[in-house]
Design a protein. Structure first.
Length: 382
């Protein structure tokens, strides 16, 4: 029987540290507003970020400016991201959501968190929005365009990215790997989008496999099944329109897998979903229309989990916050960015030891893709 615990993503040799996951997701009510385990937000710091006591922020990179200590100009419109173990340090990878000249870049840190280098790992692709880390240490970067591709990239550099057409051609958002069932879950950013999984012929090799779509009724919770997508190429019929009974999701966004559960978000209805892979059912972990009072979390977007069992959900708009959802079902702001109401928060990811949170404001203070800012927050994460 699989232990129902939330694991920090295991990539490139990172050590998985277990913490408590929500027990009995299927019977739990969606999260409700409450007091954050970190307490209230303080005044904005010098970077314009409101944080709980004990936490500090720094700017890691700015679009069109050289990353500190390197000659590498950071990309425009930073979006989805992830951290990877690299020697005694780590790498933070970030997508660039720019048409035709998008891609992904990386910043490498030493064991003390100092920036060592920065470089490009994918270039000249189309609106690379979110993605996901694999257990074998690569970054899956998805194109958020109709019949977009997924590219498998190599965070340490030195190896060309590979287009993985077998994962299907659709409006890709995030990806999350399930090493137990040897599948990759995929979200689709369309108002009538679907939730997919890819079963590689050989786990660790994404050159071939089977693409499937989740099938269910119209209810927000209950048992589900999977059906094969006949033509993953999506032409002439789009992948989401090929299987009768495929469940529709309103704007699929972030995706995070941990020990039996895949959490994914939909921005059109401000929901966080839980797919229970053990029992093959879906349930709502959060729905802003079901909270008591003013919902703290809107503009639901990227999602990441921690070793302690908490989920962190970034906002596209809203109050420009990252909200925490605890295993006890409490949702509350963890941080807020001030003075950047025309932006969105993207790419939340924790360093391998869980002490640092990276994320980006895609358009920064300017409201333009050339004004992106990537941050690091340090503090006593539980």
């Amino acid at each position: 029987m699989e232990r129902r615990t939330l694991l920090r993503g295991t990539v490139a040799g990172a050590v998985a540290v277990a913490g408590s996951l929500w027990s009995g997701v299927a019977s739990a009510a969606p999260a409700q507003p409450g007091t954050s385990p970190y307490g209230p937000l303080g005044a904005a710091d010098g970077n314009g970020i409101l944080l709980p006591a004990g936490f500090t922020s720094r700017v890691v990179a700015r679009s069109r400016q050289a990353v500190a200590g390197t000659g590498y100009g950071w990309h425009d419109a930073p979006d989805g991201g992830a951290c990877f173990v690299a020697g005694t340090g780590w790498i933070y990878v970030s997508n660039s959501e720019i048409s035709t000249t998008g891609g992904a870049s990386a910043v490498r840190f030493d064991a003390n968190g100092n920036i060592v280098s920065a470089y490009r790992i994918l270039g000249n692709t189309n609106r690379n929005c979110a993605g996901g880390a694999t257990p074998w240490g690569t970054w899956l970067s998805g194109e958020e365009v109709s019949r977009g591709y997924v590219y498998e990239t190599y965070p340490e550099g030195g190896k060309a990215a590979v287009r993985r057409a077998a994962l299907g051609r659709f409006t890709h958002e995030a990806a999350a790997c399930d090493p137990v069932r040897k599948v990759i879950y995929l979200t689709e950013d369309e108002t009538t989008g679907c939730f997919y999984r890819f079963r590689p012929t050989v786990w660790g090799d994404l050159s071939a496999g089977v693409l499937e779509v989740l099938v269910a009724g119209t209810a927000t919770s209950g048992p589900v099944s999977w059906a094969r997508v006949p033509d993953p190429d999506g032409s002439p019929t789009l992948t989401r329109n090929q299987v009768s009974g495929a469940k529709r999701f309103n704007g699929g966004e972030g995706c995070w897998y941990a020990d039996g559960t895949c959490w994914f978000t939909t921005k059109g209805d401000n929901r966080v979903w839980a797919y229970d892979a053990v029992n093959q059912r879906i349930d709502l972990a959060y729905d802003d229309s079901l909270v008591s009072g003013t919902p703290p979390l809107t503009g639901v977007d990227n999602i990441v989990g921690t070793r302690g069992g908490d989920l962190y959900v970034a906002e596209d708009g809203g109050n420009m916050e990252i909200n925490i959802i605890t295993p006890a079902g409490v949702v509350a702001p963890f941080l807020r960015i001030s003075g950047q109401s025309s932006s969105e928060i993207c790419g939340p990811a924790f360093s391998p030891d869980g002490s640092r949170l990276y994320f980006s404001s895609q358009r920064g203070t300017s409201g333009s893709s050339s004004g992106g800012i990537t941050y690091e927050v340090r503090g006593p994460f539980r």
